[in-house]
Design a protein around this ligand. Sequence first.
Ligand code: NDP
Ligand code: 7N6
Length: 307
Amino acid sequence: MQIDQLGIHDSVSAVFPPEQLRDALADTAPAVSVVDDEGARDCDAVVTFAYEEGFLECEWIHSIQAGYDRFPLEELEDRGIVLTNSTGIHGESVGETVLGYMLSVARRLGQYARQQERTEWNRPDWDVPFTLAGESVCVVGLGTLGRGIATRANALGMEVTGVRRSGEPVEGVERVYTSDELHEAISEARFVALAVPLTEETEELIGRTELATMDEGSHLINVSRGSVVDQDALVSALEDGEIRGAALDVFAEEPLPKDSPLWEMEEVLVTPHAAAYTRGYYEAIAGLVRGNLDRNAAGEEFENRVV
Ligand code: NDP
Ligand code: 7N6
């Protein structure tokens, strides 16, 4: 593939200023510029956050996200357009965020932050706070995100189990269940952390039945995609005390609508799809794009190729 013009689509501004990435790639072979929808049509390759129809004029699209659920995969395949994603770069950021959620629940930091807003000095009930050491987390999806969570949970002395399709072992995960064993896997964990891609198989993977299967004292953590959870079922499960709480970065509709009951629930932590944000994000993307430019120039296969 001949890449003379590389566009940085202005939609990446959702995560970092496009100029940062343009400058970080300035010494690569193609001419690199920041482009809008129209400008992208004149590029051989585009690096983007959003998907726009004009990208169908390009030969290679690089998504700055790991998730590729917003791209028309069949159409790209039919047209012979290469799509690469950014899996592999979020283990630290999302791993630390999920540990933050669990620490916030166990050590009651979320509760104190809410109290501080109201200038309230209330200590917790004696039997509510706990430590993470010795508590269990079941990580559903054991790729970059899942392993990032598992490694850090291990470091705090947690008992880590997980779920992946193959059931193949993963370092630092005591027991790996197959997808068929999901119910058994999630039934006794204090925390269930979702880190799977959104696919036909994983849409509403966690619904009424799964929430009823979880322990009454457990928390659901979702850093994957909102539609992996049946959100109405989650609200009911929280209201009915079927699970104790949730920490959610992703939602079926984003931004989370202002009238969602999730905003007001004491044991629910809402973050604005920001679990992966870090000021070094553009550098990680530059590394992925540079690597694939080099591979392409050497006639090798693209890394992180989706289509
Ligand atoms: P990876 O491809 O590295 O890992 C995905 C994992 O999910 C693999 O272990 C895979 O299993 C497993 N998996 C896939 N389908 C199923 C299934 N049906 N049941 C159980 N396990 C399954 O992806 P990442 O870890 O990089 O990212 C995962 C997703 O998280 C992304 O697709 C994206 O949607 C989301 N994400 C969200 C972020 C945020 O900001 N909140 C940041 C980054 C990603 P197997 O090992 O068997 O193949
Ligand atoms: C922007 C979000 C992904 O799929 O949704 C996340 O990679 C990234 C930091």
